[in-house]
Design a protein. Structure first.
Length: 317
């Protein structure tokens, strides 16, 4: 793919600039009607090839949340998307989750389900304990197509959910014979328990116009965050002004639209630098930066180090 000649958007080089309209895209008056459903676009060859190193997963895995809360917190705390499903089960502590544009708090005995392709971030408190389960997005396990945060109030249901996950973790740790068959069976039970809990809660109340608009922005962001488009472009696609987009994102997600976009780029950049051998100039181009120099400036601003130094630090060089 030919490298872009446009400059990096100002939100990537100067904090707090994402909410202001740019000169090359005049803002439109806010529209009362919600934008049309965002249609998927065919990914460009380079962007399609540069998948995040931890995507997708081919096997079912279960890990403890304790380790995730102590090391590499950015992998969960920065807004991102994955090609696999994730189920988080908390047995202690509390935190906050940003799920498809809506920020919510969680505590003990909460289930957080994030379907593949949905934007999310998880902030784990210092006392959080629980398990994280990664499930392949290959159709073998029937799962909801929307993110959910559910509290299991019934003690018997809590024991059942914990027992399923503990059994799955033992299979992963002990590498027992027929492990994959056992994991698939346990995952089916996990799916049934999760869907029963969702059904018991009943239909979710109709989302407010603000939340629906932010969801549309999240869908667009998931497709286009590596394009290098400025924030005014996103607002134009949604038929609103950049100022209004900033306001509704802050109300629903707790952060501005520019911060959401920046976190997405940061997460993908750090993942590719730390966990892949791709040349830095290819990573820069695939993330929509006009040049490697702009990418270096972005890394120094957000990570405190140039891309090459960040990569060496991750590898202990």
């Amino acid at each position: 793919m030919t490298e872009k000649t446009i400059n990096i958007p100002s939100f990537m080089t100067r904090p707090g600039m994402g909410s202001k309209p740019t000169q090359d895209a005049a803002p439109k008056a806010p529209s009362k009607a919600l934008p049309k459903t965002i249609k998927p676009r065919t990914p460009r060859t380079k962007r399609a090839a540069l998948r995040q190193p931890d995507q997708p997963v081919s096997d079912i895995t279960v890990t403890s949340l304790v380790g995730a809360s102590q090391t590499a917190r950015w992998k969960l705390e920065q807004l991102h998307q994955r090609d696999h499903h994730m189920v988080l089960w908390t047995t202690r502590g509390q935190g906050r989750a940003l799920l498809h544009g809506r920020r919510r708090g969680f505590s003990a005995y909460n289930v957080i389900f994030v379907p593949a392709g949905h934007l999310f971030s998880i902030e784990l408190g210092p006392q959080v304990q629980g398990l994280a389960t990664l499930l392949p997005n290959d159709g073998r396990i029937p799962l909801p197509d929307q993110a959910h945060l559910i509290r299991l109030n019934d003690s018997a249901e809590q024991v059942e959910f914990t027992g399923i996950l503990d059994a799955m973790r033992r299979e992963c740790n002990d590498l027992r014979p027929l492990m994959n068959d056992a994991l698939n069976a346990h995952a089916q039970l996990l799916s049934v328990t999760l869907r029963r809990a969702i059904d018991r809660e009943g239909p979710a109340p109709r989302a407010r116009a603000t939340e629906r608009l932010v969801r549309h922005f999240c869908d667009l962001l998931a497709q286009e965050f590596t394009s290098g488009n400025p924030m005014a472009w996103y607002a134009e696609q949604l038929d609103i002004t950049p100022t209004h987009l900033t306001r509704v994102c802050r109300q629903s997600a707790g952060i501005t639209a520019a911060e959401m976009l920046s976190q997405m780029v940061q997460h993908r950049a750090r993942s590719l630098l730390m966990e892949s051998d791709l040349p830095i100039n290819r990573i820069s181009g695939a993330l929509g930066f006009g040049s490697a120099a702009y990418f270096t400036r972005f890394c120094q601003q957000h990570f405190g180090a140039a891309p090459s130094k960040l990569r060496k630090q991750a590898r202990g060089v």
